[in-house]
Design a protein around this ligand. Structure first.
Ligand SMILES: Nc1ncnc2c1ncn2[C@@H]1O[C@H](COP(=O)(O)OP(=O)(O)OP(=O)(O)O)[C@@H](O)[C@H]1O
Ligand SMILES: [Mg+2]
Length: 356
């Protein structure tokens, strides 16, 4: 049985951010577990509390029991994403902390907190066609130490549709392995959708802080048809692990979050890398999206395209030096359209945040 105090104490242990009714999430404290961890199948399924609402209705909540793991999709700094199937045979992706449920280290706690935070962000962003939707909040078993006792609780994970086309990075890599350059039309289509996703975050006063090619998912098969020009992507912005919402304070107005960490080398803006993350975090996201655009045009890992000065010209010069043949292709293929797209990336990668 779940009691209100159980829910509240478990919620505060994970310290969920945000002003929504998070204490009503179906955290369950089950009796202390001293022997071997109980199997997920033995675990009670909780109904969704009626006051936990998506804009369109209640967030479905479910439990990992009854789901089967059928493959790995990816894993990163905080979470792992697995391919799962439920009792009805439906397949979906499940993101949960990387740590095993018996792991009581601080790192494991941080991972759990990050997933809880991501669920909160996804709830705020729900319903936009360019943001990866959360299908349901999924309860997963977590053993935490209370004194010397292991206590079984319900931790959080969430399910999403499977991105059958992988990530924009995967798409780019496949083309590269075939010896193709990403065609300008495919780049423009992907880029426009990616920008729409990021714009939805910014419209909700949320900064992403980890914009990169492998955080854009391609829903639907990556159908190349007769050639890459037939490519009709369905790009979704994903991975809200670092995302932060600005908050309103009486007297001072909107305050930017102070991220303790920033995203990924090669995509992070120069001001984030220099340790001045408080200038304009929206502009930092724009810089990273500019790097995504550069990356899909030049098709090299972004770190290789990073000049010491971090300027666009420096990055291009660096690329020209390292890959003279490729630069020639970038200049000449498709009537120089790549170069025109690079002009846009140049604007977005301006070293001055205010100029982007
Ligand atoms: N819905 C999905 N369908 C298919 N693959 C997915 C899905 N969600 C995530 N992935 C894969 O899992 C990888 C990791 O997911 P995600 O970026 O959300 O986790 P992360 O731990 O925050 O990763 P990182 O710190 O590396 O950015 C993605 O780059 C992608 O390859
Ligand atoms: Mg990621």
């Amino acid at each position: 049985m779940v009691t209100a105090s159980d829910s509240l104490s478990a919620a505060s242990a994970i310290s969920l951010p945000g002003a929504l009714a998070w204490s009503s999430l179906p955290y369950v404290s089950t009796p202390s577990v001293n022997g071997p961890a109980c199997l997920a199948e033995e675990w009670p399924v909780e109904a969704a509390p009626p006051d936990l609402l998506f804009p369109t209705g209640p967030i479905p909540t479910t439990n990992i029991s009854g789901m089967q793991h059928i493959g790995k999709l990816g894993s990163g700094s905080w979470g792992k994403v697995d391919k799962m199937v439920d009792a009805s045979g439906a397949t979906f992706a499940l993101k949960q902390p990387r740590a095993a449920h018996g792991d009581t280290t601080q790192d494991a706690e941080d991972q759990r907190e990050s997933i809880a935070h991501e669920i909160h962000m996804l709830q705020l962003l729900h319903g936009h066609p360019r943001v990866m939707p959360m299908l349901s909040v999924v309860g997963v078993p977590v053993d935490t130490l209370q004194g010397k006792q292991l206590v079984r609780k319900t931790g959080l994970a969430f399910s999403m549709p499977l991105a059958l086309g992988g990530t924009v990075f995967d798409f780019q890599k496949d083309l590269w392995l075939k010896g193709w350059r990403t065609p300008p039309l495919a780049i423009s289509r992907c880029f426009l959708q990616a920008a729409e996703g990021l714009a939805h975050l910014h419209a909700n006063r949320i900064v992403h802080l980890d914009v990169k090619t492998d955080n854009f998912l391609l829903v639907g098969e990556r159908e190349l048809g007769q050639g890459p020009l037939d490519f009709h992507p369905d790009v979704r912005m994903a991975d809200m692990g670092y995302a932060q919402q600005q908050t309103m304070h009486a007297g001072t107005g909107w305050l930017s979050p102070h991220p303790a960490e920033y995203g990924t080398m090669g995509f992070a803006s120069p001001e984030l890398l220099d340790g001045h993350p408080y200038l304009d975090l929206y502009a930092s996201d724009v810089y990273s999206l500019g790097k995504v655009l550069m990356d899909t045009i030049l098709m090299v890992p972004p770190v290789m395209g990073n000049s010491p000065e971090g300027t666009f010209d420096g990055m291009v010069a660096d690329f020209q030096r390292q890959f003279p043949g490729s630069w020639h292709e970038v200049e000449n293929a498709w009537g120089g359209q790549h170069i025109r797209l690079l002009d846009m990336a140049e604007l977005m990668c301006h070293p001055e945040p205010a100029q982007r």
